[in-house]
Ligand binder design. Structure first.
Ligand code: T3D
Length: 262
């Protein structure tokens, strides 16, 4: 197994990305953050890649910032960590017009939790948990957490979790709408619902999915009137895709569609 902090491989049209520093619960050092940025950039640019599956190696998803690095005299300054490590990752994840499915395989703490929640569809293993760990060490939530979490679960719950730093198990995370689904984790990961969903998305009409993501992003700051305009514009665009024609023709001809992501 490679020592690289980020492992990536592409199967058909699905890019699989694994955080790989299991001895420190996949916490982020600079090398891992930069490497994740590079892999996400490749995923965005490579036309063959039509969906992304993100998970962690070992028993954790990600324990956030590597705190050894954060306090070491040679390590990057705090401002640099946020500006150069986490912000570009979250911007790329939200702006990339390809679906990102995250399988939270274990604990997700600090930046690790908020990077998971920046994904489009979040599944979590029954052994997973989410901790807004920042308050426990005197920091504020970053990696988009103060934007994403209140929108997912409401201001009251987000405030409580961010101030108290309480651990939320996967079952409760699903109940409160923080994640899509808690799932069981079979030994063969490719058999889990998260992986199968990512695989399914990688074969669906990529342009339509990307434009859906764009519309959802816009909805977070638009009023209804502006959002109706966004839908009109993006629907017109989606209607020019080859996959739209294929979808309609396949329906009318009563056959399975073959989408090409074009
Ligand atoms: O400068 C900045 O910090 C700015 C950036 C901020 C972004 C952030 O993410 S801030 C939040 C940072 N993360 C945390 O505060 C979480 C720290 N970790 C934990 O609270 C616990 O490890 C967990 C609750 C996540 C899991 O607990 P547990 O009991 O399952 O595991 P453990 O025994 O604590 O950890 C296992 C090993 O991983 C252990 O090493 P050892 O003793 O086996 O050699 C532990 O030190 C290491 N580890 C876990 N988290 C981190 C870590 N090492 C470095 N950094 C970590 N974040």
């Amino acid at each position: 197994m490679s020592n690289s902090p980020i492992l990536s491989e592409t199967i058909d049209h699905l890019m699989i990305i694994r955080l790989n520093r299991p001895d420190v619960l996949n916490s982020f050092n600079r090398e891992m953050a930069m490497s994740l940025q590079e892999v996400l950039q490749n995923a965005e640019e490579n036309k063959e890649v039509r969906a992304i599956y993100l998970t962690g190696m070992g028993r954790a998803f990600c324990a956030g910032q590597d705190l050894e690095e954060a306090i070491s005299a040679e390590g990057p300054e705090l401002q640099k960590i946020v500006e150069e490590h986490y912000n570009p990752i979250v911007r790329k994840m939200r702006n990339m017009e390809k679906p990102i499915v995250c399988f939270v395989n274990g604990v997700a703490a600090g930046a690790g939790a908020n990077i998971a929640l920046a994904s489009d569809v979040v599944f979590a293993s029954e052994h997973a948990s989410f901790i807004q760990a920042f308050s426990k060490i005197g920091l504020i939530p970053d990696s988009g957490g103060t934007y994403t979490l209140p929108r997912l679960i409401g201001l009251q719950r987000a405030s409580a979790l961010m101030l108290l730093g309480d651990k939320v198990n996967a079952e409760d995370a699903e109940k409160m709408g923080m994640i899509y689904k808690q799932i069981s984790a079979p030994d063969d990961e490719t058999e889990n619902l998260a992986f199968q969903s990512a695989l399914k998305l990688s074969k669906m009409p990529t342009i339509g999915l990307g434009l859906t993501k764009r519309a959802l992003n816009a909805s977070l700051s638009n009023n209804l009137d502006d959002q109706l305009d966004v839908e009109e514009k993006l629907q017109t665009l989606a209607g020019t895709s080859e996959d739209y024609k294929e979808g309609v023709n396949a329906f009318l001809e009563k056959r399975k569609p073959e989408f090409k992501g074009k």
